[in-house]
Design a protein. Structure first.
Length: 229
């Protein structure tokens, strides 16, 4: 597949991950974003052997958007620290069922650190053993026909956080049958896109804003045809 590069220098490589592509390998043995990005660098710079790429954050397989990779171990360490310390600003767009009560607001709940045997992350509105407090902010952009398009800014970075918190609030994401959506999308896709990341460059500290445009097949507005897919 052709890799869409959003930013590249000697330390970083930012790319658009399409929905359906794994970021890193799993038991399926399917191709991954790391494989594709590594091949891109090997061919472009005629590098023999393996190419170093540090994975500092992830997107779920069925989600699209910006993924930032480190090209050196030093950059990987510094970027990982930024993600861990909550210094990275992340913006997503999602299509959710219904309409949140408030035009803009926040969702605060508690999520398990790991998924269960089915890969589902447990969530509750009150603390429970092993749970971590999770917070996101949102803004409703538009509502049509029982669906809302929202902009989401996660404050914490938990497993499946956006998917789980909107489901817990009664607004599962379009296509996310694992967390309660009544509609499926082609190829198990979820209507969630990582629009942008803002980080400090790991060498020099200059602000770096990375943006991935909404894909042309974005599921908005939700039509009957898309609902049946």
């Amino acid at each position: 597949m052709k890799l869409e590069v959003l930013y590249e220098d000697n330390h970083l490589l930012a790319v658009l991950k399409p929905a359906g592509l794994l970021v890193q390998g799993d038991r399926s043995g399917d191709d991954t974003l790391l494989d594709v990005a590594g091949d891109y660098l090997k061919q472009k710079y005629d590098k023999p052997g393996r190419v170093y790429l540090g994975l500092v954050h992830r997107l779920d397989r069925n989600v699209s958007g910006v993924v930032l990779l480190a090209r050196t171990s030093k950059a990987a360490g510094r970027l990982s620290r930024q993600f861990r310390d909550g210094m990275v600003k992340k913006v997503y767009q999602a299509v959710v069922a219904g309409r949140p009560v408030n035009q803009e607001g926040e969702l605060r709940s508690w999520l398990a650190a790991k998924g269960d045997a089915r890969g589902v992350t447990r969530a509750a509105n009150e603390p429970f053993t092993g749970a971590r407090e999770s917070l996101l902010r949102y803004h409703v952009l538009e509502t049509r026909g029982g669906w809302s398009q929202v902009e989401v800014l996660p404050v914490t970075g938990r497993r499946h956080q956006i998917r789980v918190q909107f489901s817990l609030a009664g607004h599962p994401l379009l296509g996310d049958v694992k967390y309660g959506s009544g509609r499926r999308l082609p190829d198990h896709r979820i209507a969630l896109h990582a629009v942008s990341l803002e980080v400090a460059h790991p060498v020099g500290g200059e602000p770096l804003a990375l943006t991935a445009s909404i894909p042309g097949d974005w599921q908005w507005p939700v039509t009957e045809e898309k609902e049946r897919a």
